[in-house]
Design a protein around this ligand. Structure first.
Ligand SMILES: [Zn+2]
Length: 275
């Protein structure tokens, strides 16, 4: 998407993983001069993760081929298991996340591992090693996170789950939103009535869309800001109607497949406190 930003999409669940490089600063050398060096310069973070073992195994090689340095940090947009698998590819690298996500991981130890196991058992997937999250680094959100000579901006993003953050990569104008603004999935409420939190997140994202060139949802195609804004408006309309008329709420056009209807039914249950 940019010379410092690569997106990797998993063949399952259409999960997106974003690799971002903050360069070593202006030292007067051209990109070509840097590219001939044995050691790539700058600092690399891996945000979220692909899902399949082969995809995770391929990440270190992909980084090398793209001449990105080996990652010094992993970031997760939220604590759902399908975004937490980076440590299977880079077991030595620390995982950073929003304080809200660190809190959720502390409060429900083993949840990600259990859900990963259940998913793997269903698809008969074998992994070379179990998932160990290590010591998780809690980052203040809203806040900033240094990467090389650059900074990532971290923005609160609750509503899909109680925890989470969106990551704004200002110099590349890439917005990594977590499980929001997906052209494939309708909004998913996982815990109780989180419609207000969800709508607040959408308004925060709206403010960032004006600057964005690429928007990367947790699941689904990367879009430009215009398409993301369309999805955002559809999601606002759906959530308002969900709260007003419950099960009778109309699903956004183009997102009415049986799988979306199942999520809708789950949202109705979540709203009724039977999530
Ligand atoms: Zn997800």
């Amino acid at each position: 998407m940019h010379r410092d930003v690569i997106v990797v999409t998993s063949a399952v669940l259409h999960v997106n993983c974003v690799i971002v490089r903050g360069d070593g600063g202006e030292d007067g050398r051209s990109g070509a001069e840097r590219a001939t060096e044995a050691e790539p310069s700058g600092e690399t973070f891996v945000i979220d993760s692909p899902v399949l073992p082969d995809e995770l195994d391929a990440l270190p090689t992909l980084l090398q081929q793209a001449q990105f340095a080996a990652p010094s940090g992993l970031l997760a947009t939220h604590a759902d298991w399908d975004h937490l698998l980076g440590r299977l590819a880079f077991p030595e690298v620390a995982l950073g996340c929003a304080e809200s996500t660190a809190e959720r991981l502390r409060a429900s130890p083993g949840e990600a591992q259990r859900e990963l196991r259940a998913f793997d058992e269903q698809l008969l997937i074998e992994r070379p090693r179990p998932l160990a999250l290590g010591s998780v680094q809690a980052l203040p959100v809203p806040g900033r996170c240094e990467i090389g000579a650059r900074e990532l901006e971290l923005h609160e993003a609750g509503g899909h789950t109680a925890d989470g953050m969106a990551i704004w990569i200002p110099w590349a104008r890439v917005l990594v939103v977590g499980d929001y603004l997906s052209a494939l999935e309708i909004p998913t409420l996982n815990a109780g009535d989180t419609v207000d939190a969800y709508l607040a997140t959408l308004e925060r994202l709206r403010a960032l869309l004006g600057e964005s060139e690429h928007v990367v949802p947790g699941h689904g195609p990367v879009t430009d800001a215009g398409r993301a804004l369309d999805v955002l408006e559809e999601d606002v309309a759906y959530l308002n109607e969900l709260r007003r008329v419950g099960a009778d709420a109309a699903l956004p056009a183009g997102r009415r497949a049986p799988q979306q209807r199942a999520i809708h039914a789950q949202n109705v249950r979540a709203l009724a406190g039977r999530g």
